[in-house]
Design a binder for this molecule. Structure first.
Ligand SMILES: *Cc1c(COP(=O)(O)O)cnc(C)c1O
Length: 386
């Protein structure tokens, strides 16, 4: 079966009620028939559910569907994308280890790497998202334990070469950890290109309707086992209710992403030469600096379009205030289109120099293109630019 079929058909075993759609297993713990069965479960001799911090049928269904979509062996789901990112670090890194990351990454991930990992004696260094193979290799140190990347990056939409970095990681025996939030497994499959583990904020495109927080880590079985052991003791488990919502969402991920991406390409092409815009970025436009890499490793360009509005900070704020339909909200990957202005919001606490280093210019606008009719999305953006 194709992975898109598996994302629909992999399902929790039918109960005696003969339901068609998976019911909600809203339970903190699970029962045993006798002391022997319970002993065996605790001794890891069976994979019976014990307690929902460890496992739960709804959570497992969501994980199994994600593994099918990503082409991964195993997974663990968490309460948010950040708990997935944090667990993917803490399960493997110890005092004296070094984490190598691309410099344009999600804001909270940057905080974890620069503020919290050093508290545990874990060092880090950043390389530019557009660094060459030589620059990447030069940044690897003898104690580099993990390489962490995002592609496309947020909000700059830079594309990193997964295959090139995958080969480097393998050559040096380093774990390659990829945040695949922006592309989703419909857009790209990092495991096929050399990633050892893949993390997601399920809050974004995976839910796709702006309802629940969630996260998931998938990858090689022996690595996921380490993450499972870390999470089982530290407790970032995904709630069964959120898992039930997210698992249902995966049934429509393929069709949703196809439309998000075709709407985004339409918006990008229509706005590319707009007189109020100085630079527009979309991975599947020929003008994107890494268009060749994007075409090679991605099936579509994703649902995010970025552009620089002429007039900087004030023009950016004015643009947001002039929108009539697009939402101003701190999320992305929703059926409803969203506009954001990183310089005055998500990245306002950075210095101008820090923002420059990760290509966040004063007039940068990020559009998460929704599933509304493409003409209505374009119309609102064009009137606000006016
Ligand atoms: C949102 C996001 C996260 C964090 O996910 P939460 O679910 O908000 O905790 C991590 N990485 C990327 C790329 C994101 O966009």
């Amino acid at each position: 079966m194709h992975s898109s079929t598996k994302a629909i058909r992999i399902q929790t075993e039918r109960t005696n009620e003969m339901e068609h759609s998976t019911p909600l297993f809203l339970t903190s713990s699970f029962c045993f028939d006798n002391a022997e069965d319970m002993r065996a479960a605790f001794a890891d001799e069976t994979d019976d559910n014990i307690y929902s911090r460890f496992s739960n049928p709804n959570v497992q269904e969501f994980i199994d569907r994600m593994c099918a979509l990503e082409g991964a062996e195993a997974g663990y789901a968490t309460a948010s994308g950040m708990s997935a990112v944090f667990a993917s670090f803490m399960a493997f890194l110890k005092q004296g280890d070094h984490l190598l990351s691309c410099n344009s990454i999600f804001g909270s991930t940057h905080t974890v790497i620069t503020k919290y990992l050093p508290k545990y004696g874990i060092g880090y260094s950043y390389v530019s998202a557009t660094a060459s193979e030589k620059e990447w290799e030069a940044a690897i140190t003898p104690n580099t334990k993990m390489i962490y990347i995002e592609t496309p990056t947020n909000p700059g939409l830079d594309i990193l070469d997964l295959e090139m970095i995958g080969k480097l990681a393998k050559k040096h025996g380093i774990i390659l950890n990829v945040d695949n939030c922006f592309a989703t497994p419909i857009g790209q499959k990092p495991v096929e290109l050399g990633a050892d583990i893949v993390v997601h904020s399920a809050t974004k495109w995976l839910d796709g309707q702006g309802r629940v927080l969630g996260g998931v880590i998938v990858g090689k079985k022996e690595l996921i086992q380490e993450i499972y052991l870390f999470c089982r003791s530290t407790g970032p488990a995904l709630s069964p209710f959120n898992a039930w919502v997210l698992s249902k969402s995966l049934e429509t991920l393929d069709v949703r992403m196809e439309r998000h991406a075709s709407n985004a390409l339409f918006i990008a092409e229509a706005l590319e030469n707009h007189p109020k815009i100085s630079q527009l970025k979309y991975p599947f436009l020929k003008t994107h600096p890494q268009n060749d890499i994007a075409k090679r490793q991605m099936k579509n360009g994703g649902g995010i379009v970025c552009f620089e509005i002429k007039g900087g900070l004030d023009a950016g704020k004015k643009f947001l205030n002039s929108l009539q339909m697009l939402s101003l909200t701190a999320n992305l990957g929703d059926t409803r289109s969203i506009a954001s202005h990183p310089a005055s919001t998500t990245h306002a606490k950075l210095t101008e120099a820090e923002r420059q280093a990760v290509n966040i210019t004063p007039g940068l606008i990020r559009i998460s293109v929704g599933l509304e009719h493409r003409d209505d999305i374009l119309k609102d953006i064009v009137q606000a630019l006016g």
